[in-house]
Structure formats: structure tokens, C-alpha cells
Design a protein around this ligand. Structure first.
Ligand code: IVH
Length: 692
């Protein structure tokens, strides 16, 4: 589960005031623009939350110094344009928690307020990452839409009526009620919105949430952008009696839903009723797991006491109710700096840009690279090297750069340079389409890919040197790896210039076809999967069908594949689908035999699992000439697994005795953790039976 974001403590009044100024500026930029020229928020969400927590901590420690207009007391940090429409009932915000412990503590505080346990249960629903609005229906007709504003007064944004899915202009029953909920762009709507904006020469939105807030405010655009609404509550309007007195939250939403308004019940991460905070926590985890596959952004999960009387008894603070809490999920969007753009050439010759970033933590992992689409898109987004950019990650999808925060552009920033020549072969570039290509197309990278596949570690087609590969590619006989398996004697004779060599190549190709899955996988040349990882993937899944069926989560079960690598591997396998089908049709073996030696050897633990061995420093004795990979192979042959860092699970650290008594950092750590440190020669004796 999530942990609280680390808070940098504020220790002086000046630091406290400066933090308030930063939060205020960020909130003003976010809420204050007119929708099209809106300055981007200069703090990302996670940083904003951290700043607010630090301000609150300072105020708790120095109650006498609390600023009268502290953002901790105000909805939207006091920066939202208030507008002139009075809310009938204030539109409040939610307090946040960041961990299971904090959620439990909230449950206990609620119980204390009630003086007894909660009896009416809780609802758990997604926290939609958009903009809050109140939608007023009179006699079933949508007559006014109002932003949250400062919580007491909002802006009239009725111009969006008719463009918001889930917020119909006419309800099925002629009811009078004020529906409250969140307006946002789904991912598909967001992409469409940015296409439309680009067509109109408008700046693309940096993210769906800013886009939604801007679209609400922008009243005179020459185009309209579709958004989606989900209701999370309702209040009476004009004394209407649509909402039964004392109805629980879940029932109010059911009523709205029946009347034709989309609510958090009508959502892939649908509202669920539970009895206890513990059950609510389990549902939070479920929704968190669903998050990557949701077609819109959520930034948390909201837990509410369901019963109206219990809500009333718990009451409200100045900014939020005590009967509801937002469990914030780790940020999937952060800002960081664009350091460079690198260009790779794909299998088909497409030039693919990727952004190198100042490392930033995103959804629990550190991100250093993010995808960019193509040169036209880079120009549309007006990206400069040195820009502060928003980086976004939606679950399985590889992080991508959304937009530059133009307000923070350094004076010396330069527009991202576009390649003059093919970065792989130096040849000409075809710029006729949005996606630029090497004019050689697939032939640009193919010889290198085939040569890689023919290596000893992969298919081991020893006789297939660079010259023959080039001849096969040039003649069109080989357009992908699978084509190797369809070559006949005649073609191989022509490519190698001799019938004898042709026959030998044909025999080697025959042998290659029968090599196990690990080798065939390796031959595909998927980025980030060399020989070792291909072996592990094959050993884990056993068949190519199972490998292809794996999603990123399943792929992460393979040792050595983390959250960074998994999505790329899954995507590459999907892209290679047709090639793999061709390999199968040509009779390649796409299964992995069960290793008869597995589960045996001196490095198999008592529990039957491989022991972890870490190797450091110079090797001596029989291990001296093996090299890093050789030693790792040896460890695996002996039933163990090789690791890079010493942890409590490490069984052995193999290290030469400390010279002059000075321990390496790994040895020091091993000593601290009680891990056995063993010299290279002693280790060689232990695994002597497995030395090649
Ligand atoms: S309930 C009095 N439920 O999150 C309680 N709010 O950070 C009012 N939000 O102002 C809010 N999804 O704009 C509630 N399922 C949900 C929500 C939700 C998104 C927004 C809402 C609120 C903000 C607080």
C-alpha cells in the first residue's frame, strides 16, 4: 500500500510563508486561468500535497504563528475564482490519507466522534481526477452547471450543457435536484480534445484534469470538447422532495442513477458498500489494482460513512466532512526536467523518439525515460530540451511526456532537435508522414537483427556471417527472423556463393528450428531481454503461448523483470505477434523443456528454492577466468540464483578476503546482516561438480 509522501519539515516563519506562497501560486495557476491561456500549475499533485502537509505540520507545532489565510483552511487553497453563484450547501473538499494505518486512524476518529462504532457501514468509490461541479435540474431539465469555486460561490459554466456524457439535458423523471460530481476527460476524450485543439492552433492540454478545469472556464471557444460526468452526491434544490429524508449515500446515488445521471455506481470501479474500515481498505486495494485498466484518471479512493444520521452526527470541519476521507494513490503524473531526446530505429525503420528525464518517482517506481510520439507531435507540444515537463503513467503503459510547463522554461532552452539522418545507418530519412522512417525501411535494422539472432547465444547459426545476411536481406529472401526458417538450399547457395556452404547453412538452420523457447525468444531481439532474461522467461512460462498471454503483471513474476521492463516486453511481444506466428508455422520449437537438474545442487535451499548468491570484487582460483556472466551461470547451474545486492535473503557473499582488513561496502553489509561471506576458492569447492 501507499506510504505518505515524505514531508520536508518547515522550521522558520520565512520557510512557512514561502511554502504558503508556493502553494498559493500553484493553486492560482491551476484554478485561475481563463481556460485557454491558463498557466499550468507549477507544482505537480504529489508535490502540492507534500507542501500542504508541511504547512499543516508547521501550524500544528506553532499554533500561534498560523497565517489567517493559510491554504490549510480554504477550499482550493483560496485560489479558485469564486464566481457569483451561491451554493445552496457549501461544496467541500476531502481530507486525505496515504496509508492503511492512516485510514484505520480516520475510522477510529470517526468512531470517537460518534461515541460508538459506525453501524450503517461505509461506501467505497473512486476519487475521479477532474473538476467538481454542481448540476441543477429543475423538473428534469438541466438548467445550470456551477463550478465548486471557493466552496461557497462558484462560477456559472452552463455553456458545457450538452457536451458532458453522463449529465443528460433531460432526465427520465421531472425531478428537481442539485447533483454534485466530477467532470473529466476520459483518456479517449482527452486525446480527441487535444487533436481538436491542435487543429485550431490552440495549445494542447498538459493533462486531462487541467484540460477539464480549463474547458469549464472557457466560454467562447470556437469548438466544443466532450467530457464525462460522474455524480458522487446530491443536495435538495428549491425545497424539492426528490431526495428522501435520511436516505443513505448509496441510496441517493441509486436514485440519481435511476433518474438517468451517471454516478460512481455506474463506473468500472463501482461504488461498493462494506461493513468495516478493514473491508473498505481491501476494496481500496482492489480499485488500486484496477487503476491501470480504467479508461480515465483516478487519484484516490473515497470512503464515506453511508448512513445519513451518522454523517450528520460526525459533522463537518471548515474544509471537509469528518464522515468521508480520500485515500490518495501514488501520483501517476509528476513534473521533471527533459534532459535530452534520443532516437531509436524500430524494426520497420520508424524513428522513435524517447525522452531522457531527470529521474522522478512515479507510481512507485523511478522513471528516467518516457515515450514521445513523433516529430510533428514534439513540435505541436513545443518541447524544449531543459523544459520542465509533465510525465504521466497509466498503469501498464510506458510513461509518456505530456507537456512542457512553459512558465518554467529556462532562457537557454532549445527546441528539441530533429534527426537530419537515420540515427542507425546514417541514411536518408523519409519525412512524408508524421512518423519519420529510414528510407531503407525494415532493411535498415534487419541485417543487425538477423546477425544477432544467428549468434551462439540465440539460434547458433554459426556460418551465417554479415555478408550472407546482407545478401539474404538485399535479395528480399529474409524480411524477418521467421524467414530464416523458410530458406531453401537454392537460396542459401545463392547467398553464400557455394552449394557446400548452402547445405551446411541449411543443416544449421534445421538445428536452430529445434532449439528451445529460450533461444527462439532471445532471437527475437526484444529490447531489455538478453540471453539470461530469455532463459528465465522461458523457464517461467514454458510455452510461447503462455509468454504471449502474459500481461505486465504476470511478466513481473519473472525474476529480474521489474515494473520498468515489464510493459515494454509485453508490448514488444504483441508487436512481434505476426513474426512469432510465422516462426510457429515454419515449425520452430516454441516450448521449453523442464530442466532435469532444476531443484538440485549445492545452492538449492532446504525449502527447495534457489539460494541467492552475490559476487563482488576480483575472483581468484578456478573462478578467475569465468568473468561476471560465467560466475552467474555457474551459480545457476549449481541451483542458486545470482543477485546484485546483499539483502537478508542472501545466502552467500562471494568476495576475496579484504585487503588490509578494509571491508568492501557489500562485505560490511553482509557482516551486519549475518550473511556468510565466502572466498572465491572456497566457493569453487562448494560448486566443484558444476564447474564446466
Ligand atoms: S465527496 C462533502 N466523492 O475530490 C464531500 N468527492 O479532493 C464532497 N472527488 O471536492 C466530496 N471523486 O471534487 C467525493 N467519489 C468522490 C469524488 C470526489 C472526486 C473530488 C471532489 C472533491 C475533491 C476533494
Amino acid at each position: 500500500m501507499t506510504t505518505s509522501p515524505a514531508v520536508e519539515a518547515l522550521s522558520t516563519p520565512a520557510q512557512y510563508e514561502a511554502a504558503i506562497a508556493r502553494v498559493r501560486a500553484a493553486a492560482r495557476a491551476y484554478y485561475g486561468g481563463d481556460g485557454d491561456t491558463a498557466a499550468e500549475s507549477v507544482l505537480d499533485d504529489a508535490t502540492y500535497d507534500r507542501e500542504l502537509l508541511a504547512i499543516a505540520a508547521y501550524e500544528e507545532a506553532h499554533p500561534g504563528e498560523t497565517s489567517a489565510d493559510s491554504p490549510t483552511h480554504q477550499v482550493a487553497a483560496g485560489a479558485a475564482p469564486a464566481g457569483d453563484v451561491a451554493h445552496t450547501v457549501p461544496m467541500l473538499s476531502l481530507d486525505n490519507v496515504f496509508s492503511a494505518e492512516q485510514l484505520a486512524a480516520w475510522g477510529e476518529s470517526l468512531q470517537r466522534r460518534l461515541g460508538r462504532p459506525v453501524e450503517g457501514g461505509f461506501t467505497v468509490e473512486p476519487k475521479l481526477d477532474g473538476a467538481a461541479v454542481a448540476a441543477r435540474y429543475r423538473d428534469g431539465r438541466l438548467v445550470q452547471v456551477v463550478t465548486r469555486g471557493d466552496g461557497r460561490f462558484g462560477e456559472d459554466v452552463s455553456h458545457v450543457i450538452g457536451t458532458v456524457e453522463g449529465l443528460p439535458e433531460l432526465l427520465e423523471t421531472p425531478v428537481t435536484v442539485e447533483v454534485r460530481g466530477e467532470v473529466l476527460f476520459t483518456q479517449a476524450q482527452f486525446e480527441r480534445a487535444n487533436e481538436i485543439r491542435a487543429e485550431h492552433g490552440a495549445k494542447v492540454f498538459s493533462n486531462p484534469r487541467n484540460g477539464a478545469a480549463g474547458t469549464l472556464r472557457a466560454k467562447d471557444r470556437p469548438y466544443r470538447l466532450a467530457m464525462t460526468f460522474w455524480a458522487y452526491g446530491a443536495v435538495p434544490l428549491d425545497g424539492g422532495s426528490f431526495l428522501p429524508e435520511g436516505a443513505p449515500h448509496s441510496e441517493v446515488l441509486a436514485l440519481l442513477s435511476r433518474a438517468g445521471v451517471r454516478t460512481t455506481r455506474d463506473n468500472p470501479a463501482a461504488l461498493l458498500r462494506v461493513r468495516t474500515v478493514e473491508e473498505a481498505r481491501a476494496r481500496v486495494e482492489e480499485i488500486q489494482a484496477m487503476r491501470p485498466s480504467l479508461p480515465f484518471g483516478i487519484d484516490g479512493v473515497v470512503v464515506k460513512a453511508d448512513d445519513a444520521a451518522e454523517q450528520r452526527a460526525a459533522g463537518f470541519g471548515s474544509r471537509f466532512p469528518y464522515w468521508a476521507i480520500a485515500y490518495k494513490l501514488p501520483a501517476v503524473e509528476r513534473t521533471t526536467r527533459l534532459l535530452d531526446v534520443e532516437w531509436n530505429v524500430g524494426r520497420t525503420g520508424v524513428l522513435a523518439p524517447r525522452a531522457r528525464l531527470e529521474p522522478v518517482e512515479l507510481d512507485g517506481s523511478v522513471v528516467e525515460y518516457a515515450t514521445l510520439h513523433n516529430p510533428a507531435d514534439i513540435r505541436r507540444r513545443d518541447l524544449h530540451i531543459g523544459d520542465t515537463v509533465t510525465v504521466y503513467k497509466a498503469g501498464d503503459i510506458i510513461p509518456r511526456v505530456q507537456a512542457a510547463v512553459v512558465a518554467l522554461r529556462p532562457a537557454d532552452a532549445v527546441a528539441v532537435p530533429l534527426p537530419e539522418a537515420c540515427p542507425h545507418c546514417g541514411g536518408a530519412v523519409d519525412r512524408s508522414q508524421e512518423r519519420w522512417r529510414c528510407v531503407k525501411g525494415a532493411a535498415c535494422r534487419l541485417p543487425a537483427l538477423i546477425a544477432y539472432a544467428a549468434q551462439r547465444d540465440c539460434l547458433d547459426i554459426d556460418g551465417l556471417g554479415a555478408t550472407y545476411v546482407n545478401a539474404l536481406v538485399a535479395s528480399g529472401a529474409v524480411a524477418d527472423i521467421a524467414d530464416l526458417y523458410t530458406l531453401d538450399l537454392e537460396t542459401l547457395t545463392a547467398a553464400s556463393g557455394s552449394a557446400k556452404r548452402g547445405a551446411s547453412l541449411l543443416a544449421q538452420i534445421e538445428a536452430a528450428r529445434a532449439r528451445p523457447l529460450s533461444r527462439q525468444l532471445c532471437a527475437l531481439g526484444i529490447r531489455n531481454t538478453g540471453r539470461r532474461l530469455s532463459q528465465r522467461i522461458a523457464a517461467h512460462f514454458r510455452t510461447m503461448d503462455a509468454v504471449r498471454a502474459a500481461d505486465a503483471e504476470a511478466m513481473r513474476e519473472v525474476e529480474g523483470i521489474g515494473p520498468e521492463k515489464a510493459p515494454g516486453i509485453v508490448a514488444a511481444l504483441a508487436e512481434l505477434g505476426p513474426v512469432i506466428d510465422k516462426m510457429a508455422a515454419a515449425g520452430a520449437d516454441l516450448t521449453e523443456p523442464v530442466d532435469p537438474g532444476a531443484g538440485e545442487g549445492p545452492l538449492v535451499g532446504e525449502d527447495g528454492r534457489p539460494m541467492k548468491v552475490v559476487v563482488t570484487g576480483k575472483m581468484t582460483g578456478p573462478l578467475a577466468d569465468l568473468g561476471r556472466t560465467g560466475v552467474k551461470d555457474l551459480i545457476e547451474r549449481a541451483g542458486g540464483r545470482a543477485g546484485d545486492t546483499v539483502t537478508a535473503e542472501t545466502a552467500y557473499l562471494v568476495a576475496a578476503p579484504a585487503a588490509g582488513g578494509k571491508l568492501s561496502s557489500k562485505a560490511a553489509k553482509a557482516q551486519k546482516l549475518g550473511v556468510t561471506v565466502i572466498g572465491p576458492e572456497e566457493f569453487a569447492e562448494l560448486v566443484a561438480d558444476h564447474l564446466a
